[in-house]
Design a protein around this ligand. Structure first.
Ligand code: SF4
Length: 352
């Protein structure tokens, strides 16, 4: 199970706190240099990779992996000769898909990409401009159609709700437009104020006021209702899939399956120890934390209770929360029911 981080974007989104850089005037050279570094890291960590192959998935995320030319992806994959992959996801910006067109998409298919995760975020052009996204709603729809035409039958789209400037009608319209495309997977995240983001500065300068909890709750409820009605399986707080299209890679993270993360700012886990690469693109290095038994238990609870399979009941004192309906019991496991997913963080806090 391998994650590769591509820390490049062509512009920065208002809300984003992820580590990435704009490649500047000579992007091809920077991309190639970076990919060379990642390939060297992959070669040096071959034994570790071998130990994570019970779940043989590859996820290339970012940043914006779709800024990379096919040649860079090809070089990267030659350094990762572990396919065929059970699932190979590439995150993409809709504008890159439209600009690069069919030859690029056919190239991705040849490289073995099985799943594309598109950052749509909204179907409202005003909201997309506020987010400083590079694409419009129409271009996002075009990108989706192109992917289908190229034969991709596993497409995920990302949406964001809980903006104070996103009214309920506009959000419902976004969810309905997303559903009209019938993607296999939808991830919907509540806006948060990330450290280092442009939005954080807006909040500090009084230019943006966070949405109230009831505003966010109402939008989350609409999301759950419409997606449930459309047959999507709500298998994690922020993730919905048509049956059989649950993300295997992400679902393995939530089960705390070991994985190797390659590249600047990428995280890894070997079952006992968490490792993270620092953020400098040219010369990142690794830092480590060995988890105590208690840390491991807390992680298991935090990750497991965000999913609809929950955790072993013996890990927590579930009594009071079972009585009030914030947890339900299924055999020897407990889980948070969907109507309490929105407050899952509060529930988890009470348990740990
Ligand atoms: S949301 Fe994605 S595209 Fe936007 S700045 Fe962050 S990583 Fe880049």
């Amino acid at each position: 199970m391998i994650y590769v981080h591509i820390p490049f974007c062509r512009s920065f989104c208002t809300y984003c706190g992820f580590y990435s850089e704009v490649a500047g005037s000579c992007p091809q050279t920077r991309y190639e240099e970076y990919i060379r570094t990642v390939c060297e890291e992959a070669a040096g960590r071959r034994d570790e990779i071998a130990r994570t192959r019970d779940v043989n998935t590859l996820y290339i995320g970012g940043g914006t992996p779709s800024v990379l030319p096919l040649s860079c992806l090809q070089t990267l994959l030659e350094a990762l000769p572990y396919g065929p992959w059970e699932e190979f996801t590439l995150e993409a910006n809709p504008e890159d898909i439209c600009e690069k067109g069919m030859p690029y998409l056919q190239g991705l298919r040849k490289l073995g990409v099985t799943r594309v995760s598109l950052g749509f975020q909204s179907f409202d052009d005003g909201i997309l401009r506020w987010m400083n996204r590079r694409h419009t709603a129409a271009r996002a729809r075009d990108a989706f159609a192109l992917l289908r035409e190229a034969g991709f039958d596993n497409i995920s789209i990302d949406l964001i709700f809980g903006l104070s400037n996103l009214d309920h009608a506009c959000w419902e319209d976004t969810v309905r437009q997303a559903l009209a495309l019938r993607p296999e997977h939808i991830s919907a995240y509540q806006l948060s104020i990330e450290e280092g983001s442009a939005l954080e500065a807006q909040v500090a300068g009084g230019k943006y006021r966070e949405a109230s909890e009831s505003h966010c709750r109402a939008q989350y409820d609409v999301l759950c209702h419409l997606l449930g009605e459309a047959g999507y399986h709500h298998y994690e707080v922020s993730n919905f899939a048509l049956p059989g299209f649950e993300a295997r890679h992400n679902a393995a993270y939530w089960r705390r399956v070991p994985y190797v993360g390659l590249g600047a700012a990428a995280h890894s886990f070997d079952g006992r120890c968490r490792r993270w690469n620092t953020s400098q693109i040219a010369d990142y290095h690794a830092e480590y934390e060995v988890l105590s038994e208690d840390n491991a238990r807390v992680e298991t609870i935090m990750l497991g209770l965000r999913t609809d399979v929950g955790i072993e009941a013996s890990l927590v004192d579930a009594g009071p929360l079972l009585a009030e309906g914030a947890l339900v019991r299924c055999g020897d496991r407990v889980r948070i029911p969907e109507d309490h997913f929105f407050v899952s963080d509060d529930i988890i806090r009470q348990l740990i």
